[in-house]
Design a binder for this molecule. Structure first.
Ligand SMILES: Nc1ncnc2c1ncn2[C@@H]1O[C@H](COP(=O)(O)OP(=O)(O)OP(=O)(O)O)[C@@H](O)[C@H]1O
Ligand SMILES: [Zn+2]
Length: 393
């Protein structure tokens, strides 16, 4: 250890049970953080400060203004650059000698084993079910502890999977994925920045304990539940131990098929609307269009009807020129009376969820040969990909 490191890490080295030995263990440990967003930023900040020997940062997204409310490593100067790079710039300000490995691609079934393999601890700081299952399965195969965090609205959860031979994996607890409509992203459901800060910091803490030998798995594994609005803030629930018949971590022979051959997105009910835009899944089916494709159709002068299914108040805030407003409830209640008479129909909403329901409803009453598509990513995608002056709210 370098002389200056005694000074840098002295405050934690004098702790009983930590000592020089703990610091050297941290130096030999490596941790990889998947997602440099609301959870990943605070986690990375404390992991980097504590003295891990190597830190991986994996995120395919770029920094946006709406991230700065909670993703504390990013700032106005790093808007538009990959989050993994932006986080690395901030961490190097804490310690210029950090050994960082940056990946600016999404973690996928094809690359997950290779990306996670060099590390001793994995942090799940992502926000979607397919990645949670992918991370869990990969950690089971590589026998790595997985410190998993989640946060939404005023609430958060923390759980360490796969830490000992008896601790469960994510699939042991959730063999069936949650319904996609219950898994809204922060932009749909809202999130208080300090809530992600609480959970992200706790993820860093668990990783530091795992690396230094301070981690104690209780008699029964537990999940921590945080509710910012409850007077007591925290409670823990006891979890079942590893499930013998779990298809991922159960007795040999029952392991989930090869990770590379598993379609995690389909398993979790198909892609979320913004994933195609964000490069997490490729390809787009014939019943869907990107914002750019809608723009192309309009520019070419094709006969196009845009049906905007947002509530009237939101339509009043901003709308595409010439679009017609049919709030989703009214459309679903009586699709045939709202079916445009001619032209290709593009159904749009704010983020791309209701528009899929609206397009389905119109298709159910339309004749064969009519073209009815939903716009992936909604008006937010329109603003990002087509018209930067279109308001995002
Ligand atoms: N498979 C994946 N590989 C790498 N990073 C991922 C993956 N899935 C999600 N992430 C990242 O996890 C982070 C989650 O953080 P968070 O939800 O705070 O951010 P966000 O997606 O930017 O938020 P918002 O929903 O407001 O747009 C994001 O930066 C996202 O890019
Ligand atoms: Zn399991």
């Amino acid at each position: 250890m370098e002389l200056a490191d005694y000074q840098r890490y002295g405050r934690q080295m004098i702790l009983d049970g930590f000592g020089l030995e703990g610091q050297l263990k941290l130096q030999k440990s490596s941790v990889v953080v998947i997602g440099a967003g609301g959870l990943g930023c605070p986690a990375l900040q404390y992991l980097a400060s504590a003295g891990f020997g190597k830190i991986g940062i994996v995120d395919h997204d770029i920094v946006e203004l709406s991230n700065l409310q909670r993703q504390v490593l990013h700032n106005e100067d790093t808007l538009g650059i990959p989050k993994a790079e932006s986080a690395a710039i901030a961490l190097r300000r804490i310690n210029s000698r950090l050994n960082l490995d940056i990946v600016t691609e999404a973690l996928t079934p094809q690359n997950a084993l290779d990306i996670l393999k060099p590390y001793s601890i994995v942090l799940d700081c992502t926000d979607n079910a397919p990645t949670r299952y992918l991370l869990s399965d990969t950690c089971v195969v590589l026998n790595l502890p997985l410190v998993s965090g989640a946060a939404q609205k005023f609430e958060g959860q923390l759980c360490v999977y796969n830490a000992t031979p008896t601790t469960p994996c994510y699939r042991c607890l959730f063999p069936i994925p949650p319904a996609p409509e219950t898994m809204g992203s922060c932009s749909e459901t809202g999130i208080l920045g300090a809530v992600t800060g609480v959970i992200g910091n706790l993820q860093a803490l668990e990783a530091i304990k795992l690396a230094t030998g301070l981690y104690q798995s209780g008699e029964k594994p537990t999940m921590l539940i945080f509710n910012a609005l409850s007077p007591t803030l925290f409670r823990t629930v006891k979890l079942r131990s590893r499930k013998e018949d779990c298809i991922a971590c159960g007795v040999e022979g029952k392991r989930v098929g090869s990770i590379k051959d598993t379609d995690y997105v389909q398993f979790c009910g198909g892609p979320a609307p913004d994933w195609i835009e964000r490069g997490m899944v490729s390809g787009i089916s014939g019943t869907r269009a990107t914002a750019a494709e809608l723009n192309e159709a309009i520019q070419k002068g094709q006969a196009v009807t845009v049906v905007d299914v947002r509530p009237r108040t939101e339509f009043g805030i901003c709308a595409l020129p010439g679009s017609m407003n049919v709030p989703i409830k009214e459309l679903v209640a009586d699709p045939s009376s709202h079916l445009p008479a001619n032209g290709d129909v593009y159904v749009v909403c704010r983020l791309g969820n209701d528009s899929q329901i609206g397009a389905d409803a119109l298709r159910s009453v339309a004749g064969n040969g009519s073209t009815i598509k939903d716009v992936v990513g909604g008006l937010r995608a329109w603003s990002q990909k087509v018209d930067g002056k279109f308001p995002v709210y």
